[in-house]
Ligand binder design. Structure first.
Ligand SMILES: [Zn+2]
Ligand SMILES: [Zn+2]
Length: 241
């Protein structure tokens, strides 16, 4: 029993994204745990892990662990001749598949994660149990959720929408809370931040044009599986009755 609590937790998406970004930028290197760069990567990953509330033993996210993850990625790199079996876990393969063809996006996601953690601005927002973190990891998922719940900007968005359309309704399914629930639903609607999570910039101001009004159901559907759907994708997937 005591043994189990002494183990380090599995690497999160966010931590692996930093390692994969490092891997892609340093493919030719040998990733010794004594290398200055690998040690810097380990410190960054360590900071991200701790910001996510992860803890472990005194070997938590050290250079030996970082070196191992980099070797795992190499064993799964489709552009490297495989010498032997793929190493590591399934999530490492998933991330390799998701990001390997788009190193620019990978780099911008990794930069954004690092920036949020560095600013110490990790928003602690609660999410519903059935909402799935974005492909880009939990740090940016929280930033997304935090932005779309910003009371001041939500109020401005609703005001401008009402001015234009006379009422509030879901931009996907047209549901209008006031027509269903009367007075109680009069001001009720959710805001969804439509900017791709990989393009979120820490500290940046949200623009009204980046927000869409969605009913609670449609908003949950956007966030219900990876990859998250765009508002367009959800609209075209609606089953007409
Ligand atoms: Zn809707
Ligand atoms: Zn959203």
């Amino acid at each position: 029993m005591a043994e189990k609590s002494k183990r380090n937790p599995n690497w999160s998406r966010d931590e692996l994204i930093l390692a994969l970004d490092f891997y892609v930028k340093n493919r030719g290197k040998s990733f010794e745990d004594t290398s200055e760069e690998v040690q810097r990567l380990a410190r960054e990953v360590n900071a991200v892990g701790r910001a996510l509330g992860l803890t472990g033993t005194d070997t938590f996210r050290n250079a030996v662990g970082a070196s191992m993850k980099l070797q795992n990625f190499r064993s799964r790199d489709p552009d490297v001749d495989a010498k032997g079996l793929s190493r590591g876990n399934r999530l490492e393969q998933v991330l390799m598949d998701e990001f390997i063809t788009d190193p620019a996006r990978l780099a911008s996601v990794a930069d954004a994660i690092r920036a949020v953690v560095k600013l110490g601005e990790m928003p602690m927002v609660s999410m519903a149990a059935d909402e799935v973190d974005a492909q880009e990891g939990r740090v940016l998922t929280r930033l997304h959720t935090y932005r779309e719940r910003d009371r001041a900007i939500v109020k401005r968005k609703k005001d401008s929408f009402r001015k234009r359309h006379g009422t509030l309704f879901c931009e996907v399914c047209n549901f209008d809370f006031s027509s269903k629930y009367g007075e109680r639903g009069a001001n009720f609607i959710e805001c969804h931040h439509t900017k791709p999570v990989s393009e979120l910039i820490p500290g940046e101001k949200t623009k009204l044009a980046d927000l869409a009004l969605l009913c609670a159901n449609c908003h949950r559907m956007v966030h219900a599986a990876r990859p998250w759907w765009s508002v367009e994708e959800l609209r075209t997937s609606l089953v007409s009755d």
